[in-house]
Structure formats: C-alpha cells, structure tokens
Design a protein. Sequence first.
Length: 173
Amino acid sequence: MWLNKKILKFSGFFCFETQPFYSFCILLKASSEIKCKIMKKLIILILLITFFSCDIGGEELQDFTVEIMPIESVEVPTEFIIGNTHVITVNYTRPNGCYEFNSFIPQTNGNTRTIAVVDTVYSNISCTQSSIEASVSFEFSVTSAETHIFQFFQGTSQAGEDQYLIVEVPVIQ
C-alpha cells in the first residue's frame, strides 16, 4: 500500500518512493522565483517533446494551385419554401484528373448571390488527361420571402468581362 512507502521531506518537497530508484515528488510550498524556474523548465520540456514528436514524413510536398472553374449548368428548385433548406447542384468540367473540387466562393449582395467553383490543381502527380464531368452541391437556407437571384460564374469573355448564368428563384410561404 502506498502509505507504507518511504516519505521524504526536504525544501518544501514531499517525495514518495514509488519503486526502487523512482520517486514522485510534490512541491507544496516554494518561493515564486523557484516556481517560475520550474514552470520555465516544464514549458521548454513540453515544447521540445512537441517539436520532436512531429513526423513530417519525408514525403514530397504536394505542389498545387487553385483555379476558378466555369460553371456549365445548375440544378436549382423552381421555387423555395421559406424556412427550408434546399440543395443546389453545380455542373462543370474538369480539364483532367489533376483537378479536384476545393470549395465554393459565395458573395452576397442583398438577395443576390454570386457563386463560383474553386478547384485545386495538382502539378507534380501523374493524372488522367481526359476531361471529367463534375457535379458539386451546396445547401441554401431560405430566411427571407424575397425572390433570390443566383449568378453562377461561367468565365470571362474575350473583352475581359465576367459572364454569369443568372437564375431567379421565387419564394413561397
């Protein structure tokens, strides 16, 4: 039983002998200077353990960029019901297998939402070279009774102007 173990007391420490050659010590009272030194040592020890326990693997890092993709078509409900959440699906073409969906870029201005698709493009891997039809979806929660206008980014014209597929969806209550 642990009460029968040797208990040593010195300089504000109580040390319990738990096994031969091992002790468990508790600092009960010490000056703030001693506590500060102990805390600094503990922080340094924790930082060193954390630093040396990380394994970055030695694998080659992925080289990638992100690219805004032109949207070809969308699947949007013909009407929204206020208070409900509706799924909107966006269809686009990935030029090859190095492209992978990353995220949407949504911008809101009143009841108008501009939506763009962002793909990650990996450059240091071997990919299929054929184009891939892709569909990605997001959920839209209807919180107002106004007609919602969606502008889906379709690319840039020869004149440098952004082009959009515009869809208006009325809201019923």
